[in-house]
Design a protein around this ligand. Structure first.
Ligand SMILES: Cc1cc2nc3c(=O)[nH]c(=O)nc-3n(C[C@H](O)[C@H](O)[C@H](O)COP(=O)(O)OP(=O)(O)OC[C@H]3O[C@@H](n4cnc5c(N)ncnc54)[C@H](O)[C@@H]3O)c2cc1C
Length: 431
């Protein structure tokens, strides 16, 4: 094992998502002399998850919803690796890297490794449903849609064609609503190139177990979202719970069966396997922290973002697992770390949400911004402006803006990009 003995005082941040990168950026230039920050993450980029549905719908290229961590935090030491073990008593951690296991010491360790998709909530989901959590998931779903269209063209059995052309999305929260809208737009636009597929053979269903979509938003906005999706042809089924998923459909609790070869599951999150190993107190799989982000009884250990259960002093509730809260916690934690190091009192996390937004496809969205409800095109423009502003670097902002503008005038890109290499082709054509 490579051992990396740190000379300066070190803060290690494990996880380069919204929380980890915001924290590292906020600490740059703010720490007392002699301190360094190491950001450790298993990918070299941060994924802008709220834009993953745009990748599914081919509104942006996958590369444009990710941002290189090294570019985001130029003054921080970045290590691409996966945190594997923590000895909090000796303040040593082990991570796996390209060069093998690396062990190094820390003074403070901030856990910001997010959560994982949970496909265990519905029997059959792990084998047959597609999650949407990573940029690879979004590319996979998009390819799967194109594969289905290509498959329909080649067969004549009506029942099989209908099952291949039926796309079911489970979950009427933000991701489910956005994906259903994006899939509906995508297949409608892509359909023009699949002349042997009839428009009425393609369907999108959105299943949601409560009586309105987007429960985090006021009821009126949930209703607007449902109406907007229905106008786009999405079969929005409220009060509908999936009981089992198999390769060719979904069985509902009420006994109905939906024949569908493609199911996207956007519900549920599970804790990172590391949480169990760390033996820290948890609440529904999230690490319980003190109001200032420290983990009680584990000096030097802090947590934030999706992996942490931190009470918001503004309402006494556990912070929701959203990017907005991850960023707000990171900004406070940067300040708290400095206060702690310099021997001053830390502050409790207190934050009022600025709003929430969800796109429903075809230049429509619903939003609650500073308490003001917005719907339709204005909400959609606010959504796009917000995420454009959040993108790091001017170059990236311009690329996305050009791509979005291009998408207003031209049909979607129906390239089915496969990562076939010469060795695969040679192997498959061997006699
Ligand atoms: C499809 C989708 C849509 C969403 N839409 C919205 C939205 O509209 N608005 C909103 O506010 N929120 C939205 N969210 C939620 C938002 O993305 C999360 O709340 C946010 O990403 C949490 O940030 P985080 O840094 O805590 O975790 P993450 O962003 O998940 O980052 C965790 C990081 O840790 C890394 N990591 C994991 N394990 C290890 C390890 N062992 N060692 C090193 N690194 C590790 C991961 O690679 C990742 O980079 C959405 C989420 C999804 C999936």
């Amino acid at each position: 094992m490579n051992t990396h003995a740190t000379i300066s005082m070190t803060i290690v941040i494990a996880g380069g998502g919204f929380a980890g990168t915001t924290l590292a950026r906020a600490l740059e230039g703010r720490l007392p002399a002699g301190w360094q920050v190491v950001l450790l993450s298993e990918e070299s980029y941060t994924t802008f998850n709220p834009m993953l549905a745009e990748v599914v719908g081919a509104a942006v290229f996958p590369e444009h919803v990710i941002a290189p961590i090294r570019e985001m935090v130029p003054a921080t030491r970045f290590i691409m690796g996966r945190l594997q073990q923590v000895d909090s008593a000796r303040r040593i951690l082990v991570c796996s890297t390209l060069a093998g296991p690396l062990e190094f010491t820390f003074d403070h360790l901030v856990l910001a490794f997010g959560q994982r998709a949970n496909l265990k909530l519905i029997p059959g989901a792990a084998e047959h449903a597609l999650p949407l959590k990573l940029v690879g998931d979004a590319m996979h779903i998009r390819n799967r849609l194109l594969q289905r269209l290509a498959h329909i063209e080649l067969i004549s059995d009506d029942q099989q064609r209908r099952s291949l052309g039926h796309f079911v999305v489970i979950g009427g929260g933000f991701s489910g609503v956005e994906v259903a809208g994006a899939v509906a737009d995508f297949i409608r636009s892509a359909h023009r190139c699949y002349r042997r597929v009839n428009a009425d053979e393609l369907r999108v269903s959105l299943l949601h177990d409560s009586d309105r979509l987007l429960p985090e938003l006021p009821a009126r906005l949930g209703d607007v979202a449902a109406r907007s999706l229905r106008r786009r042809g999405v079969d929005v089924r409220l009060g509908t719970r999936a009981m089992r998923i198999d390769a060719h459909g979904v069985d509902l609790v009420d006994g109905t069966r939906l024949a569908a070869d493609t199911v996207v599951c956007t519900i549920g999150a599970s804790s990172n396997p590391l949480v169990e190993h760390l033996a820290v107190p948890t609440l529904r799989g999230r690490i319980v922290t003190e109001p200032d982000g420290q983990i009680a009884g584990r000096p030097g250990l802090w947590a934030l973002g999706d992996c942490a259960a931190t009470v918001n002093a503004a309402d006494g509730q556990t912070s929701p697992p959203t990017a907005q809260f991850a960023v707000a916690q990171a900004e406070l934690l940067a300040r708290n770390l400095v206060e702690h190091i310099e021997g001053r009192a830390t502050r409790a996390f207190k934050y009022r949400s600025k709003g929430m937004m969800a796109t429903t496809g075809h230049q429509k969205a619903v939003a609650l911004v500073f308490g003001l409800p917005l719907t339709g095109l204005p909400a959609w423009l606010v959504w796009r402006a917000h995420y454009l502003m959040r993108m790091p670097t001017l170059g990236r902002k311009v690329r996305i803006w050009v791509e979005w503008t291009w998408g207003l005038f031209f049909p979607v890109d129906i390239t089915h990009l496969r990562f076939t290499r010469t060795a695969d082709v040679d192997a498959s054509s061997a006699p």
